[in-house]
Design a binder for this molecule. Structure first.
Ligand SMILES: NC(=O)c1ccc[n+]([C@@H]2O[C@H](COP(=O)([O-])OP(=O)(O)OC[C@H]3O[C@@H](n4cnc5c(N)ncnc54)[C@H](O)[C@@H]3O)[C@@H](O)[C@H]2O)c1
Length: 263
């Protein structure tokens, strides 16, 4: 979508790697001036991070769960690049635990990054958005906001919550001309879930079995999500708001059958 985001400033949270990095590259390729906010290794880094791999104009330190950090980041983007027209709430973390072992700290950390973060970003970015810039918010939710995997209580709750927040943003900000949508990715090949495969003895077999649960025959890559994010932020989607769009290779279109049927 060359030129689809021309002359617009886009913020991408969690853009240092994975899906966020792909979104940054695609938005830059579509003409946007993209600024990434990311936390590194659990602590906000002291200085700026080189933004070369993501093609972003800049990458500044940001902890989306911390309101002071969000305020500082947004102020810096506005001062150095101007009013943002696009906000992509992509930063997210996964935690796994049986219900009985789930600590309050893990629950809070997951909800704070995955759900409070997008709210804080919207709260501080929206006042700078201008109707003339055709503003748009894209939240990266998850298929796990619809159907989950075992031991993902905090993650599932956070992503279902983010889908709900998306509806609220669409309703409350629509009168200002701000659209808000979410993408619910399925299994995308990033560091977030590579560790599940790393723990298995036969990685190739794992990919083959993953392929079999997708009508398209394979898992997704970060670019598959990024292309939809560009479309949602662009004028081509000008009448689309309050939607949660699954990008998951048809995985949830297919009913699970016992392995004995071998289909
Ligand atoms: N990979 C998948 O299969 C998949 C599926 C569904 C949804 N998602 C969602 O997509 C988004 C991106 O996932 P990914 O697979 O690229 O993950 P990733 O772990 O590869 O990247 C996440 C990025 O977010 C950053 N981050 C983490 N906490 C942060 C914070 N507090 N403030 C700012 N940045 C922070 C990390 O530093 C990292 O750069 C997440 O919201 C994730 O839940 C991923």
């Amino acid at each position: 979508m060359t030129g689809a985001l021309q002359d617009r400033v886009a913020i991408v949270t969690g853009g240092a790697q994975g899906i966020g990095r792909a979104i940054s590259r695609c938005m830059t390729a579509a003409g946007a001036t993209t600024v990434i906010g990311d936390i590194v290794a659990g602590d906000v880094v002291a200085g700026d991070i080189p933004a070369t791999v993501s093609d972003a104009a800049a990458q500044f330190p940001l902890d989306v769960s911390d309101e002071r950090s969000v305020e500082t980041f947004v102020q810096r983007v506005v001062e150095e690049y101007g009013a943002p027209a696009i906000l992509v709430n992509n930063a997210g973390i996964m935690t796994e635990s049986a219900i009985a072992d789930l600590t309050v700290e893990d629950w809070d950390r997951t909800l704070n990054v995955n759900l409070r973060g997008p709210l804080l970003m919207a709260k501080h970015v929206v006042p700078h958005m201008r109707t003339d810039d055709r503003p748009a918010i894209v939240n990266i939710g998850s298929l796990e906001g619809f159907a989950g995997n075992p031991h993902h209580a905090a993650y599932i709750a956070s992503k279902a919550g983010l889908h709900g927040l998306t509806l609220s943003l669409a309703i409350d900000l629509g009168p200002q001309g701000i659209r808000a949508n979410a993408i619910a990715p399925g299994w995308i090949d990033t560091d977030l879930n590579k560790r599940y495969l790393d723990d298995l003895p036969d990685r190739g077999e794992a990919y083959r079995q993953l392929g079999r649960i997708h009508p398209l025959g394979h898992i997704g890559d970060p670019g598959d999500v990024a292309n939809v994010a560009v479309w949602l932020a662009s004028d081509a989607a000008r009448f689309v708001t309050g939607q949660i769009i699954k990008v998951e290779g048809g995985r949830t279109a297919k009913l699970p059958l016992p392995a004995v049927f071998n289909v």
